[in-house]
Design a protein around this ligand. Structure first.
Ligand code: NAD
Ligand code: MG
Length: 328
């Protein structure tokens, strides 16, 4: 399939250079009122060192298992262990980096580690990493001893704006992605926007596609902000806060995806198909979703539900942010 004319090839613009976390900004806190348990998402720069103050008082003194991967652990593990150590005993556990470790065999290995460390029902599982670690550690937290407390410290843009909020946790099977999982809400989420400075630009761009998704789902303020600032400089604190508010609002109204939460799948129909037919090797998830968003907008346009101007605006914004489309 091909897109016509201008849509044929949307070239990547490196985003890392014009995405910044603002050193002076305040801590933004968003309450997620989930029926099965409410929690606070803290967003801002340099929050890792302040974990002791940001996590709920009820965690004080509890034994914590910090699950991370070798990449993120090398960058931020020490800092997080130190900060968590001020509120209770911490045991770091690292797994190799990669989506293929979001699996039952890794979960089984983690259960054994937790048992060996004597983590009981009063313990806490803390996830430090991107969506892979968040989903996997969350799945372990949901199932170990029939469920223990869970904290998310998301370190990718995608995890900060999407995966860490809403309580969906899962592992992949050989037969497909996310086939075994649960709804298990965290007791707290801490999104330190400063850690995004070490994220590869491609990962940052992929996360931005989910941000554009929230704008298109009706966050006109975010839409205007992106349109005005994408060319020059986007403040990641603003972008992450707005996205978290949007996702929080949607999941709070529909915790188990019985209805409205499905709007979050905008761009995901074609996106998932592209990921599948390319064996999950060619596109990052967000990149496939970006293409899916263009496709959904094209369909709306063909059905005369969307104007030429709006279609062009969407494509322009995605291009500015760094979407590249060239389909076989
Ligand atoms: P990821 O977790 O694989 O992280 C991407 C890469 O960035 C990895 O190599 C990771 O080690 C590295 N990384 C992470 N933080 C870094 C940092 N601060 N600096 C440098 N490198 C860093 O990928 P992702 O895109 O974050 O997450 C994808 C996963 O999330 C998928 O498994 C998907 O199914 C899941 N997901 C879940 C939900 C949900 O609601 N639960 C929603 C969306 C996606
Ligand atoms: Mg997605």
């Amino acid at each position: 399939m091909t897109f016509g004319g201008d849509l044929q090839r949307i070239q990547a613009v490196p985003t890392a250079t014009n995405l910044r976390s603002n050193r002076m900004s305040r801590i933004r806190q968003i309450r997620v009122p989930a029926p099965s348990g409410s929690y606070t998402v803290s967003v801002g720069p340099d929050l890792l060192g302040q974990l002791g103050q940001l996590l709920p008082e009820s965690l004080r003194g509890r034994k914590m298992a910090l699950i991370t991967n070798d990449t993120v652990g090398a960058l931020y593990g020490k800092k997080v262990v130190e900060a968590l150590g001020r509120i209770g005993p911490v045991r770091p556990i690292s797994i190799p980096d990669g989506e293929r470790y979001k699996s039952m065999p890794t979960a089984t290995r983690l259960y054994a580690d937790l048992i060996r460390d004597g983590l009981d029902r009063s313990g806490v599982v803390v996830a430090l990493g991107g969506g892979v670690i968040g989903d996997l550690a969350g799945f372990v937290a949901a199932t170990y001893l029939r469920g223990v407390r869970f904290v998310q410290i998301p370190t990718t843009l995608l995890a900060q704006v999407d995966a860490s909020i809403g309580g969906k946790v899962a592992v992949n099977l050989r037969e497909g992605k996310n086939l075994v999982g649960a709804f298990h809400q965290p007791v707290a989420v801490v999104a330190d926007t400063r850690v995004l400075s070490t994220l590869p630009p491609r990962q940052l761009g992929a996360g931005m596609m989910e941000v554009v998704k929230y704008a298109l789902l009706g966050d006109l303020h975010l839409w205007d902000y992106l349109k005005t600032h994408a060319k020059h400089r986007l403040d990641l604190d603003v972008v992450v806060e707005a996205s978290v508010r949007d996702k929080a609002r949607i999941v709070a109204a529909d915790e188990r995806e019985a209805g409205h939460r499905r709007v979050l799948n905008l761009g995901h129909t074609l996106g998932h198909a592209l990921e599948t037919v390319t064996g999950y090797r060619r596109y990052l998830h967000g990149e496939a979703v970006g293409i899916g968003i263009v496709f959904a907008n094209l369909v709306a346009h063909r059905m005369r539900r969307q104007s030429n101007e709006h279609l062009a605006e969407v494509v322009d914004l995605l291009r500015l942010i760094g979407l590249e489309i060239s389909l076989p």
